[in-house]
Ligand binder design. Structure first.
Ligand code: GLN
Length: 454
């Protein structure tokens, strides 16, 4: 009841929820009470959560914040949310996001921008919460849920977490099932939690993760007790500092934050080593080929026949065209055009195949560093703090927006786990985050190390 009241009071200003499932929340909470009374509490019994609009929720609004999915209510539940409900969690509603998870500011949503609950000191200017999981991050930061689900294809959990002073972890590719999560770029997409602190993130991930025969890329290995890793000593761990992440024009306060993070880890007994990931500079351009290529294939299913919106047309081709023109926003259309272009005969080898080769080189860079005995890497999470909604530079040139993902996309390209953890404030009083990158399936080291920083 307290969360539903908080949502009613604050959501008109924050715009984090696109659907509030008050009746369902009451019903689920009552069922929780019954289980608690019977001494059958699950790991998340009665905990109210917000769910990114990308997760299929049975009989409940699921539109990936897109007009083209108007009215879509799936007849099935995603594996990740089913796991949460099985542990006793309660659904408060569906959270705003960039349309089809394409964006870094939550401004591409059909439902309008999400407003970051944070402001610069002495300013009323509205800031973005980051994206694409901007609704998830803003809802957690404004305490409109106890925790949220999110997804990360190129940084969409970690960048919004950094912009809102929350904790977000993208686990290893294959740790959470993708079944029932609207697909963006299937080889990069992973679900994970956004939470108020490292311990909450660990508890949520334990519930979300599972093996699942319905997703053949889901990996069959036991889910560790992540919470036990929180607060574990990091004495003797070797933390790598990748020198290529010291990018040109990095703001002084981001560099200072990174140095502060290094000092904290040293104080806690970690050994700091400089490492090299030589193909880092190619990650962003390669990502913006691979992700749109996969998206153009995944989004072909929205044809006006199978789901949601249908516009009329004189024949079936005109119906497709009219539906897609009306149903997809500009950024989604741009991605589909880029994707079909780089996959087309004549350009495939020059762009898509090249990007795939670069992806392998990026993965090998990480393997080399981990093979040499490095346990985790420390980098900034983002190249800046949260920027203003409607930023002119970003509006003029989409590439400016893509540059936000410079520190996060490498992790998805290599399939590794990455966590963003709040580490300080910008000169203007807004949150800044650091990122830790781990070995495949070693989320525990990330939780242990992140709990030193937070
Ligand atoms: N900002 C990136 C993009 O627009 C990442 C999005 C994501 O991780 N879903 O593709």
């Amino acid at each position: 009841n307290a969360y539903l009241a908080a949502i009613e009071a604050a959501n008109p200003a924050v715009n984090a929820y696109v659907a509030v499932t008050a009746d369902k929340a009451q019903e689920m909470a009552k069922a929780s009470d019954t289980r608690l009374a019977a001494g059958q509490a699950g790991a998340l019994e009665g905990i109210p959560l917000g769910i990114k609009d990308l997760f299929a929720t049975e009989g409940v609004h699921t539109q990936a914040a897109s007009h083209i999915l108007d009215g879509f209510k799936p007849r099935y539940e995603s594996t990740v949310t089913a796991n949460l409900w099985a542990d006793g969690a309660v659904m408060l509603g569906k959270l705003n996001m960039d349309e089809f998870a394409m964006g870094s500011s939550n401004e591409t949503s059909h439902y309008g921008a999400v407003v970051n609950p944070w402001r610069k000191t002495g300013s009323e200017e509205k800031l973005v919460p980051g994206g694409s999981s901007g609704g998830s991050a803003a809802a957690v930061a404004a305490q409109l849920c106890a925790g949220a689900t999110a997804t990360d294809t190129g940084g969409s959990i970690r960048q919004p977490a950094a912009f809102t002073g929350t904790v977000g972890i993208k686990p290893t590719y294959g740790r959470c099932s993708r079944w029932g999560t609207v697909a963006f770029a299937s080889s990069l997409d992973q679900a994970g939690p956004i939470a108020r602190d490292v311990r909450d993130a660990a508890i949520l991930l334990k519930s979300m993760a599972s093996v699942d025969v319905k997703d053949t890329t889901c990996v069959d290995r036991p889910v560790p007790d992540y919470e036990a890793a929180v607060g574990r000593s990091i004495k003797g761990l070797r933390i790598g500092i990748p020198k290529e992440y010291r990018v040109d024009n990095m703001p002084a306060e981001i560099e200072a934050l990174w140095q502060q993070g290094i000092a904290w880890l040293q104080d806690a007994g970690a050994e700091i080593v400089e490492v090299s990931l030589p193909h880092t500079q190619y990650a962003l351009p390669a990502y913006y080929i691979v992700a749109p290529a996969e998206a153009s294939s995944n989004l072909a299913r929205y044809d006006g026949v199978r789901y949601g919106l249908r516009e009329s047309g004189k024949d079936i081709t005109a119906m497709y065209e009219n539906t897609r023109a009306a149903g997809f926003g500009r950024e989604v259309q741009r991605r589909i055009l880029i994707g079909t272009y780089v996959l087309s005969a004549g350009y495939y080898d020059a762009y898509y195949l090249k990007a795939q080769k670069i992806r392998t080189l990026i993965k090998r860079d990480f393997e080399t560093v981990f093979h040499a005995g490095v346990d985790a890497l420390l980098t900034p999470a983002t190249p800046s703090a949260a920027f203003a909604i409607g930023d002119e530079e970003m509006k003029k040139d989409p590439v400016q927006m893509y540059l936000n993902d410079v520190f996060t996309v490498t992790v998805n390209m290599a399939g590794l786990p990455g966590i963003a953890v709040p580490a300080g404030l910008s000169a203007q009083g807004t949150p800044l985050g650091l990122q830790l990158i781990g070995r495949p399936f070693d989320e525990e080291t990330l939780f242990a190390t992140a709990s030193v920083i937070e």
